[in-house]
Design a protein around this ligand. Structure first.
Ligand code: BG6
Length: 512
């Protein structure tokens, strides 16, 4: 079969419906790390792929006192360092014509009047109705401040024909259930839910979107996707990196808030959801939120028995010595923040009752790997018990989210020869060999979706609150626990307590 490419004419009709109308993007926090590393590179690569409307206008808003010219140079430097495709000078010149910069303090109402004037000037020049996409790439404490000021300046709604206003909110969305609910309330005081796009970059990953395709566009998996055939599910998000320069954020957050509350619960809900009635944003999100709500609440005792937290100690990653968490910059020396979490969750519904879902994430683990391992029930193997294969291994389906994106299926095959010997073999699908095009970055996909008003891959209010309900109960359970937090060596697969967690149910972690 020839590889599927972007030039495939069959994709043309679909592609055209996803071309955004001309609009203006406004990035708050435009001088920061996220804008440099992810947002501007995503915009530039969308431009390369002809997805951006022409001319494309983006306004950077931040406190730093750049001139427009200096800011354009900043963006150029960022693209040189972080764009997935090399910078083309001629193309950048076109791109940079549409880059504007507005220095202001986010809490100064005068700045929003200046922004309004600038946006109106852009609209007049290009004969556009008000169409604005605001991106909040700022410290989270600024989210309600910016939203309220946009409202006061009348930049939260438009009645003009053809106009629209949307706002993208970065993570972390809240710190616990109370703060997330409060933030939702603040945002809803100014914007309607249909205007709010809560980003979780995991949902922009091709392999994550493929979970829905894999489950619902194939006839053979969904009939097996339940407690009758599935034994248990393991979801792993392993990172070899430490906290790096983000110590002051991470010490306040920890792995539970940083990875489980958002990325991992999103993976779990995509694996666990019922088929949606359509692929409309709300139909998909309705089903995802039902899974989160069906997770059995954890009592304090459950938290003690079925969750493990730990901190990394010094060790070696790729042969190089790395310091322990407590010796990282900006981490308090008596920090109890977890850099590793493992837990068992149960989903109380007809599809999943009795099927444990194990979640595990950590920094400074042996290697970077995100995967979902679905272990099927073992075949009743009476027929083979007299053969040279005493134990049959269960079938294992692994969705490899990153790196080495792909899917593998493990099954038993007869070893050629006169006796019945069974060996485990793997059937593999690899994105890299089946598809010619390198996948876009998650932010490219998500920005494009927000530009065309598709919120399927963004988290809805009830979803974020359901996730925080679960996570807050675990935080509360942990806050009652005394005693030291277990440690694990950097470069290992986590503490022995995590092994014990699955072993009490008779399992082992799958080694990515
Ligand atoms: C972010 C977390 O949301 O996801 C980081 O804040 C983490 O701590 C990152 O490193 C992982 O993302 P990815 O795409 O590299 O798996």
């Amino acid at each position: 079969m020839p590889p599927v490419t972007e030039t495939n004419p069959l994709r043309k009709g679909l592609a055209d419906s996803r071309r955004p109308q001309p609009f203006t993007m406004v990035i708050f926090g435009a001088a920061g790390d996220l804008a440099h590393r992810k947002l501007f590179p995503a915009l530039y690569n969308l431009l390369v792929d002809h997805w951006l409307p022409q001319p494309f206008q983006v306004v950077g808003v931040a406190r730093a006192a750049f001139t427009e010219q200096a800011f354009r140079q900043e963006v150029r430097d960022a693209l040189t360092s972080f764009s997935r495709r090399p910078l083309d000078s001629a193309l950048f010149d076109t791109f940079s014509q549409g880059i504007h910069y507005l220095p202001t303090d986010f809490s100064d109402p005068g700045g929003y009047q200046a922004l309004k004037t600038l946006l109106e000037t852009i609209n007049q020049e290009h004969e556009l109705p008000p169409r604005y996409l605001f991106y909040l790439a700022t410290p989270p404490a600024m989210y309600p401040v910016i939203a309220a000021n946009l409202g006061k300046a009348g930049l939260n709604e438009t009645r003009q024909a053809g106009g629209w206003i949307r706002i993208i909110i970065e993570k972390p969305f809240g710190h616990d259930l109370e703060s997330a609910t409060g933030l939702n309330r603040d945002l809803h005081g100014v914007f309607d839910e249909s205007q709010i796009y809560r980003i979780d970059h995991y949902l922009g990953k091709e392999t994550v979107q493929n979970i829905l395709v894999f489950r619902f566009a194939n006839g053979i998996f969904e009939p097996l996707w339940n407690r009758q055939y599935i034994d248990h599910v393991q979801i792993t998000v392993a990172e070899s990196l430490g906290v790096g320069g983000r110590g002051s954020y991470y010490d306040q957050a920890g792995a539970l808030r940083d990875i489980i509350q958002n990325h991992m619960l999103q993976l779990l809900s995509l694996i666990g959801m019922e088929p949606p009635v359509s692929f409309e944003a709300d139909a998909v999100r309705d089903e995802k939120v039902k899974v989160l709500r069906a997770i059995r609440p954890l009592t304090t005792r459950d938290v003690a028995n079925f969750s493990v937290r730990a901190q990394y100690d010094a060790g070696f990653i790729d042969g190089a010595a790395v310091p322990g968490f407590l010796d990282e910059p900006d981490i308090s020396s008596d920090s109890r923040t977890e850099t590793f979490v493992a837990m068992r969750l149960l989903i109380d519904n007809w599809r999943w009752a009795g099927v444990p879902f194990y979640l595990r994430t950590g920094k400074r683990l042996a290697r970077r790997a995100t995967e979902i391992a679905i272990q099927f029930k073992t075949a009743p193997h009476r027929f083979f018990s007299q053969t040279a294969t005493p134990e049959l291994e269960p079938n294992l389906l692994i969705l490899k989210i990153q790196p080495d994106e792909g899917i593998s299926l493990r099954f038993g095959a007869k070893v050629p020869g006169p006796e019945i010997r069974i060996r485990t073999v793997n059937m593999e699908f690899l994105y890299g060999t089946s598809f010619a095009d390198a996948p876009p970055e998650a932010y490219e996909r998500l920005l494009l979706d927000a530009m065309v008003g598709d919120s399927t891959l963004f988290t809805r209010r009830d979803e974020v609150e359901a996730a925080w309900t679960l996570v807050t109960s675990i935080l509360q359970g942990w806050s009652r626990a005394r005693g030291p937090i277990p440690a694990y060596e950097s470069g290992s697969w986590g503490p022995k307590e995590a092994e014990a967690l699955v072993l009490q149910d008779g399992f082992q972690w799958h080694r990515p």
